[in-house]
Design a protein around this ligand. Structure first.
Ligand code: SF4
Length: 370
């Protein structure tokens, strides 16, 4: 049975600073298989979309990177670009966004930040998958070459999978653009012209020209839409929605992609979930509302399924924050499923499918480490 470690959120003295918490993570015995002298180590993060205001703490990323290097690992930091044509579309934009969002400023991270699919986010290889949907998916070349992997995930709500965590970042965060496109291909976007206020914010995010300027409003051509969700996430008036029929397939496709990454990784992996600044929007949104639960701390495990399951349970058991969306939706009480209320989706099915794909098990030993 795998272990899930919990490092509590509060920091009441210097020994509980964020840098000390990262040192605690590095002291877990499972890390000895991942942070290995003279072996390459990819630290997967999501630098978040430009404008998202509650991303992973850069100090935690920088500290982990520095300490892993001091322990002899050849550490680098990686991420994937966005499928929509936002600021993170290619390597140039992604680097700029990472810096704007607080990652890799100056000498921090020693310029060892790179997209998993190279500068274009298109370098990679098709790898066959098990499961019902994908048949295979394009992994970024970096993840195929690296020895070991640590995935830092910022836990948030997500409109399609309920909750962002380790499985989602493993499944979506290490693919090339073609790979992400393949996973998104089951999604169908719908446009409600009556809700369109003509802000035209979405035009900057559409990579295919499916949304076009049509005078007072935009027009939408679903035949050339790739389901990237850029318009859905950026539209301030909710004119874009996602057909519910494709959502379960999307969840299962994410799991299948995660299983391909796990299968093709040359070495070992470890997962760290940050239950801090847990917002109703995921890091892919160009904005973020205030968090809806208090900071619960950091969870870590070598099992991504157990880790996400415990993370989800903790969001349910936590009280909500007054004044947040949790109050709007009347789910402030401990025991109310805030993720389900916010997104209409629970991560339970995704994690059940992940277990059936042998990605991990929800059953685990829960250890409090600080
Ligand atoms: S119309 Fe389709 S391709 Fe264009 S931004 Fe929306 S989801 Fe993406």
């Amino acid at each position: 049975m795998s272990r899930v470690y919990w490092i509590k959120g509060r920091s009441t003295n210097i020994q509980k600073s964020i840098t000390s918490k990262v040192a605690t993570i590095l002291s877990f015995e499972e890390l000895a298989k991942v942070v290995v002298p003279n072996q390459s180590l990819a630290l997967k993060v999501n630098v978040s979309e430009l404008g998202y205001g509650h991303s992973l703490p850069p100090i935690a990323v920088n500290t982990f990177f520095e300490q892993a290097r001091e322990m002899g690992a050849s550490a680098l930091v990686t991420d994937t670009g966005s499928l929509c044509k936002g600021p993170r579309f290619d390597g140039h934009g992604w680097q700029d966004t990472a810096i704007m969002q607080g990652f890799g400023i100056g000498d921090a991270l020693d310029n060892q930040m790179m997209l998993t699919g190279g500068f274009t986010n298109e370098e990679g290889r098709f790898c066959p998958s098990d499961g019902e949907h994908l048949g295979g998916v394009e992994l970024g070349s970096l993840i195929l070459d690296v020895s070991n992997l640590v995935v830092f995930s910022h836990v948030t709500a997500h409109p399609l999978i309920g909750m962002v965590g380790a499985v989602y970042n493993l499944g979506m965060g290490l693919l090339t653009r073609a790979g992400k496109s393949r996973v998104h291909s089951c999604l169908e976007v719908q446009f409600d012209e009556n809700k369109c206020t003509g802000s035209k914010v979405c035009l900057a995010y559409c990579p295919t020209g499916a949304v076009c300027d049509a005078g007072a409003k935009v027009s939408f051509d679903k035949r050339i839409c790739n389901g990237c969700l850029g318009c859905f996430m950026s539209c301030p008036s909710g004119a874009m929605s996602i057909k519910p029929e494709g959502i379960v397939e999307f969840q299962e496709s994410v799991v299948e992609a995660a299983a391909v990454v796990a299968k093709n990784l040359r070495g070992n992996a470890f997962y760290v979930n940050f239950l801090t600044s847990v917002t109703p929007q995921s890091d892919e949104y160009p904005f973020s509302d205030i968090p809806f639960i208090p900071d619960l701390g950091i969870l870590a495990s070598e099992d991504p399924v157990a880790l996400d399951w415990v993370s989800y349970q903790m969001t349910v058991r936590s009280p909500g924050i007054p004044g947040s969306i949790a109050e709007d939706l009347k789910v402030l009480d401990k025991g109310s499923d805030k993720i389900l209320a916010i997104t209409g989706n629970s991560p339970a099915h995704l994690l059940e499918y992940a277990e059936s794909m042998m990605l991990g098990k929800r059953d685990c030993e829960f250890l409090i480490s600080g």
